[in-house]
Every structure is written in structure tokens, then in C-alpha cells.
Design a protein around this ligand. Structure first.
Ligand code: ATP
Ligand code: MG
Length: 557
């Protein structure tokens, strides 16, 4: 499955760019942009767009802008701006020059709108949004022209200026492009260019009370920034004629070209900012960066690496048709990366006391373990071993069948990196719960001594006196349904997995983990990949399970 980047055939966007370069279009420049609206945190779908746009910039020795498409003051916040900047950097990309904002172009956009009015290509409409919408017609039926469509030019100029000055209330008037009410493309039926919104903007404050609509602002912003290839998702395909129409009116010289590709969809999740916001505001999750969220900050907190996400977006390719990618592919590529880079450590999540009765009390020795057997040059570290040990509760069974290879009374196993032990007896409390195992060790069988016997299992363990305490949060998928948002009659929140978070508060870790810092990643032997959560402190260590060692969902389907 390993694919070399250079050997892959070109995707359709690269083919377009190659052709443009060959023809010397745009002075043979490549300049892309990533244009998020700062109305939420970025998700894995945005990562796809980021990797695509920045990736093309890098591949062609061109440039990529980060542009905030901030034309809706009521939904946008600086918190979102900051998180987006952070996420793009974390993914490993650097934009060209300063960060761009559509709001930087409000004056220019306004001036162009005035120009359009003067040329008889835009008019002020006094009708309500409902009336305008009712006149739009259907794809089969042409729209109805507004009674204000043929307003005298001077009147339009005067009204638009007064809209800007704040003389009218929200919704009282709009500026519309005069295109074609009979066009078979609904987008061309005199689309709204400006609306009145008396709201403070996160950057321009109260300077403006009219705001440009996406379709008008986007292409013009691309043009101002001298973008060559404006890549967006398929839902904008039928907006392309309008994108071009606006540019036809204002552009001289090089102009951007809109190219659409299929948005990334992944099963078992939702990927619209509106739905993600609903999860945050309804406290279904702890925040935008909850480790169960498909947001970039959530994936990061969960323990994902930027490499695994970049590799994922690369592996799935660029499509022209909508499709759904398996969540398990993302997890597969994550495991592949974590397997290479993480240190193997011992952690017991559900501890069971084990006493080695023939090991002297108060004495300890050190055993040596390799940090990462996948790495030839891996260092090793020393672990304290002694009389009192913790093993996993699931690694002991009282009435074990022949197929159960782990510990039971009368059976032998190896403690990883240490000795072969035999279980002789156990202690139970008044409820019959097993509280302690009584074992003996064979001093001859220390790992590396060359003396061994065949045992059927090797267990992980920690020294009970020298281990450290931690809380471990076991995360699972947030939704139980493959397509939670795909049911017309049922709200997507109905499919939230009630077992998506399980907190284990009595976990025991090997002492080397005491110094671990937020986002440090490890493989807990036999259990999976884990990382330190941002809630972790010296007083209370907190780990997240990033992903189990195997795909546990494959079986469930
Ligand atoms: P959402 O629908 O999730 O709210 P959006 O499209 O409104 O997202 P924007 O901030 O406008 O979010 O998107 C910024 C860029 O990211 C756009 O170019 C958009 O096409 C792209 N993008 C958004 N979602 C996806 C996705 N699932 N796959 C690929 N690209 C995406
Ligand atoms: Mg959008």
C-alpha cells in the first residue's frame, strides 16, 4: 500500500495546473488559497482542503494564502480565527506573507459595487428576503423580475450610499446584481450582493453595516490576491458562472479560475461546523477540542500526529464525485505512524495486586526494556522489579479454560522483561472479588539470561511501590451509526455513542512516565497508543487512549 508520491499519476487539478503552466497562463504562476470562514473550528474535511491547497503551492514552487472569509459578523469570532491559525501551523504549513482577511477588502468591494451600479449591472431592491425568494422561480420555471429592477441609476447610487450610512434597518433593502432572471442556472437570477447587518465585526467594528455576500466577495478577493487556482468543494460548481460573471465586470489582466473537487466525508462522524457547534453548545462533548471530535484540535488532543493526517489526505486522493471514506483508514495510518515513533511503556489500567512470595521484602532490582523494538537504534531503559506487582485484572482467570493462556492458579507466564512466575493461590474479599494473587518467581529465568521455558503468555506489569498513579480516558467513536446525519426523520444526536468515554481513575504506570508532558505519545504494552492530555499535571497525570492496537470496529460491523 506504500505509495511513492512521485510515482503517483497526477490528479485532475494537477493536470489543469500543468496545462496552464505549459500555456504560460497567469505568467506561469501558481497561487492558491485556503479560505475558511471563522465561524467554528476546523475539522478533518478542512484538513483535506489545507493539504490540497498548501500542497499544490509547495509542489509547484508557488504561494498559498490563508484568507479568513469574514463577511458574516454575527457568527464570527476571534477565538475561531486563532484556532484556525494554530491548526494550519500544526498541520505543518506556512502561508505566504501576512494573513489575509476578506474584511480588508470591504472598501474595494464597495467601490466595485458602486461601479456595477453605475454600469446598470446592480440595483437596490426594497423587497423582503421572502418576496425575493418567492420570485426566484424553479430550475424549470423562470424567475419574476423585481419591481425595483429598473430603478434609475441615480436612485440606486443614492440608496446604496444610504444603506452604507446606516439609514435603513436590517433586511429593509439589499443590493442585487442584474444578471438574468430567466437563466436556467438559479444562481444567476439576480443574486444578492450586499445585505444590511447592524452588527459589530470582529475586525472592522462598527465601520460597516452592509456586508458582501459570499458569491460576490469570494471571487473578487481571489482576484485582489492574484490567486490563480481557486479550489473549492463541489457544491459551488453551479456558482462558477456567477464567479466568472462578477470577474467579467471588474477584472483586467490575470484572473483566478474556480476548480471544484469532492468534499471529504468520513463514516461514523458528522462534519459540518453547524452540527459540531451543536455538540459543543449542548455539552454533548467537552468542547471543540474534545478528543472525540473530528476537529483538527480534537484529533490533536486525541493523539493524532500531523504526519498521519497529511498521509491520510494524500492517500485518499482528489475526487470529482462525492464518496465516503472509512474512519478505519485514518486509524490505520495513525497506528502505522505511532508504531514507528512511540516508546513502549508499561501501564496497568485495571490493576490487580500480585505478590511474589519468594522475593525478599523491601528489595528491588532493575530490569531492562527496549524503548522501541521497531527502531534498530532504540535506547533501552531500566524498570524497578520487586515483590509487589500490579498486573491487569483481565490477565487472571479463576476457572480458566485450556484456551485461556494467561494466568490462573497452577499456571506459569512471563512478566515482560523480567521473570517467569507461577500462580499458587489467590485472596478474595467477602464478595468473592479477587484482591490479590500469590505467586512465586523462578530466579533462573530473568529475561536475557538465556534460561527460559515455554510459557504461553507474556504479561505487562508495574512495580506496586514504585509505580505512579494516573487517570486514563478511554475514547471510542462518538457515533454508533455510519451516517449519523443521513437520517431525515432522526436527529443526528440520537446516534451519540453512550460509551464513547470511559474514565479509569486508578491506573498504575511505570515511573518513567512521571515527566511526560501534554501531547507526549506512547504505546502502552498490549493495550494501544496513548497520549498525555492537556488536563494532565504533576499532581494528577491524565492520559487519553488515542487508538487501540487493533481495529476493534471491524468485528462489530
Ligand atoms: P462546513 O460545511 O463544515 O461548515 P464550510 O465549507 O462552510 O464547512 P469554510 O470555512 O467555508 O467551511 O471552508 C473553508 C474551505 O474548506 C472551503 O474551501 C471548503 O470548500 C473547504 N472544506 C470544507 N469542508 C470540507 C470537506 N469536508 N472536505 C474538503 N474540503 C472542505
Ligand atoms: Mg462555508
Amino acid at each position: 500500500m506504500e505509495a511513492d508520491n512521485n510515482e503517483k499519476s497526477l490528479n485532475f487539478i494537477e493536470q489543469i495546473i500543468d496545462k496552464d503552466l505549459l500555456e504560460g497562463k497567469n505568467g506561469s504562476r501558481v497561487h492558491t488559497r485556503f479560505p475558511p470562514e471563522p465561524n467554528g473550528y476546523l475539522h478533518i474535511g478542512h484538513a483535506k482542503s489545507i493539504c490540497l491547497n498548501f500542497g499544490l503551492g509547495i509542489k509547484y514552487g508557488g504561494k498559498t494564502n490563508l484568507r479568513f472569509d469574514d463577511t458574516n459578523p454575527t457568527k464570527e469570532e476571534d477565538e475561531y480565527v486563532n484556532s484556525i491559525i494554530e491548526d494550519v501551523k500544526w498541520l505543518g504549513f506556512q502561508w505566504d506573507g501576512d494573513i489575509c482577511y476578506t474584511s480588508n477588502y470591504f472598501q474595494q468591494l464597495y467601490d466595485w459595487a458602486v461601479q456595477l451600479i453605475k454600469e446598470g449591472k446592480a440595483y437596490v431592491d426594497d423587497q423582503s428576503a421572502e418576496e425575493i425568494s418567492a420570485q426566484r422561480g424553479t430550475p424549470q420555471k423562470p424567475g419574476v423580475e423585481s419591481p425595483f429592477r429598473n430603478r434609475p441609476l441615480e436612485e440606486n447610487l443614492d440608496l446604496f450610499e444610504r444603506m452604507r450610512r446606516g439609514e435603513f434597518a436590517n433586511g429593509e433593502k439589499v443590493l442585487r446584481a442584474k444578471v438574468d432572471m430567466a437563466s436556467p442556472n438559479m444562481q444567476m437570477r439576480d443574486p444578492v450582493m450586499y445585505r444590511i447587518l447592524h452588527a459589530s465585526h470582529h475586525r472592522t467594528g462598527d465601520k460597516w453595516c452592509i456586508y458582501p455576500m459570499y458569491d460576490y466577495a469570494h471571487g473578487q478577493s481571489d482576484y485582489i490576491e492574484q490567486i490563480t487556482h481557486s479550489i473549492c468543494t463541489l457544491e459551488f460548481e453551479n456558482h462558477r458562472p456567477l464567479y466568472d460573471w462578477f470577474l467579467d465586470q471588474i477584472a483586467t489582466g490575470d484572473r483566478p479560475q474556480q476548480i471544484e473537487f469532492a468534499r471529504l466525508n468520513i463514516n461514523y462522524t458528522v462534519m459540518s461546523k453547524r452540527k459540531l457547534l451543536e455538540l459543543v453548545e449542548g455539552n454533548y462533548v467537552s468542547g471543540w477540542d474534545d478528543p472525540r471530535m473530528p476537529t483538527i484540535s480534537g484529533l490533536r488532543r486525541r493523539g493524532y500526529t500531523p504526519e498521519s493526517i497529511r498521509n491520510f489526505t494524500d492517500r485518499i486522493g482528489i475526487a470529482k464525485r462525492d464518496n465516503v471514506i472509512e474512519y478505519s483508514l485514518l486509524e490505520f495510518l495513525l497506528r502505522e505512524h505511532l508504531n514507528k515513533i512511540t516508546k513502549r511503556v508499561m501501564a496497568v489500567l485495571n490493576p490487580l495486586k500480585l505478590t511474589i512470595t519468594n522475593y525478599p521484602e523491601g528489595e528491588f532490582e532493575e530490569v531492562e526494556l527496549v524503548n522501541n523494538p521497531e527502531d534498530e537504534n532504540s535506547a533501552s531503559r531500566k524498570l524497578p522489579f520487586g515483590r509487589n506487582i500490579y498486573i491487569e485484572q483481565a490477565d487472571f482467570m479463576l476457572n480458566a479454560s485450556r484456551k485461556y493462556y494467561r494466568l490462573s492458579v497452577g499456571r506459569e507466564v512471563r512478566l515482560k522483561g523480567a521473570y517467569i512466575i507461577k500462580c499458587n493461590d489467590y485472596v478474595a474479599d467477602e464478595n468473592g472479588e479477587i484482591t490479590e494473587l500469590l505467586c512465586t518467581y523462578d530466579p533462573e529465568t530473568k529475561s536475557g539470561s538465556g534460561i527460559s521455558r515455554r510459557v504461553k503468555a507474556t504479561l505487562h506489569w508495574v512495580n506496586a511501590e514504585k509505580c505512579i498513579d494516573a487517570e486514563v480516558r478511554l475514547y471510542d467513536r462518538l457515533f454508533t451509526d455510519e451516517d449519523p446525519a443521513g437520517h431525515k426523520e432522526i436527529d443526528f444526536k440520537e446516534f451519540i455513542n453512550p460509551d464513547s468515554l470511559k474514565i479509569l481513575s486508578n491506573c498504575k504506570l511505570e515511573p518513567s512516565l512521571a515527566e511526560a508532558k501534554a501531547e507526549d505519545k506512547f504505546q502502552f504494552q498490549r493495550l494501544g497508543y496513548f497520549c498525555v492530555d492537556k488536563d494532565s499535571s504533576k499532581e494528577k497525570l491524565v492520559f487519553n487512549r488515542t487508538v487501540s492496537l487493533k481495529d476493534s470496529w471491524a468485528k462489530r460491523k
